[in-house]
Structures are given as structure tokens and as C-alpha cells.
Write a protein that binds this ligand. Structure first.
Ligand code: AMP
Length: 288
């Protein structure tokens, strides 16, 4: 079987999340591998290429790598012909328009025609302002965009924002969001056609981990008398399994999968109907 070449961010914001995800599907990257540029994993079925996240859309488009993990923002900015296969659970950020707190601009409409915008995302930024019908001059910078409004380079910036703390520290005010981004698993279309089984297997494995990360396995002992209330009381829960408890005619054990978001509410409801011995455990993989 031909091996699958996987481009993985070698450092930066996406590298830990990518390594953790690959480890969860059994592709463990050892510390010595991390310092190398190429590693064979999965008994030689996969080759990991450790490269810069920014170069991954291009490497996958060229077929240097069959598949890769990178940010949606980078794919959209570079407009590369790659096939998105799966959204991942990390690397969340927003490409945001921001202004200096002292500028007085509160909305995009306040920004005058011909304003200068500094960004390391010139293509997305140009497209966005064109769609909004606002003529701006885009200045492409390769980093430290936040400083540009304070040193007379630009009136506005567009930059990636996660919590917003970097904007605050740099006395910048967010105005609008251009793009929501997170890490994404992509493929070269030709590789996908040539290695459908291998890439399909990899995608399913990643999908099972991504689905499981948002879910929890919940167990509890519930009075039999309130059992019929469970479906109405716990809308987030999918089909609880009901099991007898030895020596207890009044109680049953329930096992169910619930979403992480709904978990606190579900526990509150379970307690309110007399559930005891509530246990919550993580799920490693979920294949639906
Ligand atoms: P790197 O330059 O290697 O650290 O990777 C940058 C990529 O990480 C971006 O293109 C985004 O996809 C992702 N990312 C997630 N959160 C942020 C953030 N707050 N700032 C910059 N990049 C972020």
C-alpha cells in the first residue's frame, strides 16, 4: 500500500493541537521525531512532514503532501486548490478589522474612503472591503500588525484574534469579523482519487476523535419510578441504555452519551429527579 504523506505544522499555534490529534488516532510523534523534518509512523503507512503552517496549503496543492493540517484562514487567503475534508477542534480565531482606541471610529461606516489597512491577509482584506463597497488602500505586512496604527503606517488593521487580549494590550478596538477560522484537514484532490482508502481511513479516524471530544459518557443510578421522565427531562441525551442493578428493584443504571455543552444542565436535572452515583467519563473515539 502506498504511504500517505501528511503535512503537519512544525511549530506555532497549530502544532500542539495537530500533534495531540494525531496521537489520539495512534500516530504518535516522539520528541526526537519533532526535531526531525520527516517521520515514518503507523508502521511506515504514513509519513509526517513537519513544515510551517503557512506553507501547508501550497504543499498540499502541489502534491508534495497528500493531506495536511492547517488553518482555514491560510487556505482562504492563499486560494489554493485543496479539498477540505474535516473541520478540527482547535486553532479557533477570527480575522478581525480593528482600529486604534483613540481613532473615534466605532463602525465601519465611520471609516473614510481611501483609509489605509495594514494586514498579513491582503487578499481576504481586499475582497472584504470591496464587498462592503469601501475603497481602501491595503498595506501588506508580514507580522506585528497591531503596532501599525500607532506608528502612522495604517488607519486600520485586519488581524487574527482569539480572546481579544492582544488587541486590548495594544489599545485596539475590534470593529467587524471578516472570517471565522479553525484548523482544518485538507487533501490534494489527485491524491484523494489515487489513495481513497488510505485517506478515507485517516479522515474517519480523525472524525471519530473530533466527534468524541465534544461528547461525554454519563452513568447514573436512577429511581425506576421516574424513568419515563428521562427523555423529556434530558433532551440532549441520546437513547440511554437501561440496566438492572443487582439487589435493587427500585433503581436502574443508565448509560448515555451527552454533549459536553449540555453536561452541567443534564447533571442538575438528574440530581433533581433523585439520580445518584453520577459518573462522567471521556470518550476516546465515536463512530456514528
Ligand atoms: P503560526 O503562525 O504557525 O503560529 O500559525 C498561525 C495560525 O494559527 C493562523 O493562521 C491561524 O490558523 C491559527 N491561529 C489560531 N489562533 C490564532 C491567533 N490568536 N493568532 C494567530 N493565529 C492563530
Amino acid at each position: 500500500m502506498a504511504g500517505v504523506k501528511i503535512a503537519v505544522p512544525n511549530k506555532g499555534r497549530l502544532s500542539d493541537g495537530a500533534a495531540r490529534l494525531l496521537e489520539k488516532i495512534g500516530l504518535r510523534v516522539s520528541e526526537s521525531d519533532e526535531r526531525r523534518l520527516i517521520a515514518e509512523v503507523g508502521k511506515g503507512r504514513y509519513q509526517l512532514l513537519f513544515v510551517n503552517a503557512k506553507d501547508i496549503p501550497e504543499y498540499v496543492e502541489l502534491g508534495v503532501a497528500d493531506v495536511g493540517i492547517t488553518g482555514r484562514d491560510l487556505i482562504e487567503e492563499q486560494g489554493k486548490a485543496v479539498k477540505p475534508l474535516l473541520e478540527l477542534n482547535f486553532g479557533e480565531c477570527r480575522l478581525t478589522v480593528a482600529v486604534s482606541e483613540s481613532s473615534g471610529f466605532r463602525r465601519l461606516d465611520d471609516v473614510p474612503e481611501g483609509a489605509t489597512v495594514a494586514t498579513s491577509f491582503p487578499n481576504l482584506t481586499r475582497r472584504y472591503f470591496a464587498q462592503r463597497g469601501k475603497r481602501v488602500e491595503v498595506v501588506a505586512v508580514s507580522g506585528a500588525t497591531e503596532i501599525t496604527p500607532h506608528i502612522g503606517v495604517a488607519d486600520l488593521i485586519t488581524d487574527l484574534v482569539d480572546t481579544g487580549s492582544t488587541l486590548r494590550v495594544n489599545r485596539l478596538r475590534p470593529l467587524e469579523v471578516i472570517l471565522e477560522s479553525r484548523a482544518i484537514f485538507i487533501a490534494n484532490p489527485k491524491s484523494l482519487a489515487e489513495k481513497p482508502l488510505e485517506i478515507g481511513e485517516l479522515t474517519s479516524a480523525l472524525e471519530s476523535v473530533v466527534s468524541a471530544e465534544q461528547k461525554r459518557y454519563l452513568m447514573a443510578n436512577v429511581p425506576k419510578a421516574v424513568l419515563d421522565q428521562l427523555p423529556a427531562l434530558l433532551p440532549g441525551i441520546s437513547g440511554p441504555t437501561i440496566m438492572p442493578i443487582m439487589g435493587r428493584d427500585d433503581l436502574v443504571a443508565i448509560h448515555a452519551v451527552t454533549s459536553e455543552d449540555a453536561l452541567n444542565g443534564v447533571i442538575t436535572v438528574l440530581k433533581s429527579i433523585g439520580a445518584t452515583g453520577i459518573l462522567v467519563v471521556p470518550i476516546e473515539r465515536m463512530v456514528i
